[in-house]
Write a new protein. Structure first.
Length: 246
């Protein structure tokens, strides 16, 4: 089991910021010795999940088997697609769904629209900071406060723009407030000009299994307009998706 944990740690170290890694980098990021990282990478290479080019290792397309296996059992994602497409078309804005994973969100469905932001950067599989996205904050609110603090302290808080909330106490209070009101609006904290509103997708036990949002340019809509125009439809879509969860 320890070997499995090490293998997963190395696989999890790859991502948009680290599409390839040397042996030394993999060891450092995954918190392993160079010898342990070498054994893990060689095993993953033999299994076909990574490949080596020179000194660097990269993931292979076979890693998608793990992701697709997860997506195949998340029935709500299939139900979300048509509803999100309609929502995106009606408002002429981008619509995304994501799941929470530690301190990040992972985009699991995406409907882009004309006049959108981040169209080239955001796709299925993209990871974004949970504490500075509406999709992340609304899901974080379903966690116990101790768990929220634990995740918040897991890595340094990065200021993505001048509007990014970087004070830990202020972030926790914002997460709490969003949970109480049932939606989250994040205003130009992740990217200048990007404003997004998100609501949770919950299972029959009331647990958040994901979230769905609408994102718009700050010049196109105000926070009040998001609450008045976007929120009712967004909630209706999230409720319909939630009802589809077995």
């Amino acid at each position: 089991m320890a070997s499995l944990a090490k293998g997963l740690a190395v696989l999890g170290a790859f991502g948009e910021r680290r599409p390839s890694m040397s042996l030394a980098e993999a060891a450092s990021v995954a918190g392993l010795s160079r010898a342990a990282a070498r054994r893990v990478l060689l095993t993953l290479s033999e299994l076909g999940f990574v490949e080596q080019t020179g000194r660097d290792f990269t993931l292979t397309p076979r890693i998608l088997e793990l992701g697709f296996a997860y997506l195949s059992i998340q029935s709500w994602i299939d139900r979300a697609g048509p509803l999100m497409a309609e929502l995106s078309r009606d408002f002429d804005e981008s619509c995304s769904a994501a799941i929470l994973q530690e301190t990040e969100i992972v985009i699991v469905a995406r409907m882009a629209a004309p006049n959108r932001l981040m169209s080239s950067a955001v796709a299925v599989g993209t990871r974004l900071p949970a504490f500075h996205t509406a999709l992340g904050r609304i899901q974080l609110g379903f966690l116990d406060e101790s768990e929220i603090w634990q995740r918040l302290r897991a890595e340094p808080i990065q200021a993505h723009t001048a509007s990014t909330i970087t004070d830990p106490q202020a972030l926790v209070e914002r997460v709490r407030a969003d949970r109480l009101q049932g939606f989250s609006i994040v205003d130009e904290e992740l990217e200048r000009g990007l404003r997004a509103i998100a609501v949770p997708i919950v299972n029959r036990s009331g647990k958040a299994v994901g979230a769905v949002d609408l994102a718009a340019h700050a010049m196109r809509t105000t926070r009040n307009e998001m609450r008045a125009r976007f929120l009712p439809r967004l909630r209706a879509v999230a409720e319909e998706i939630s009802r589809s969860i077995v």
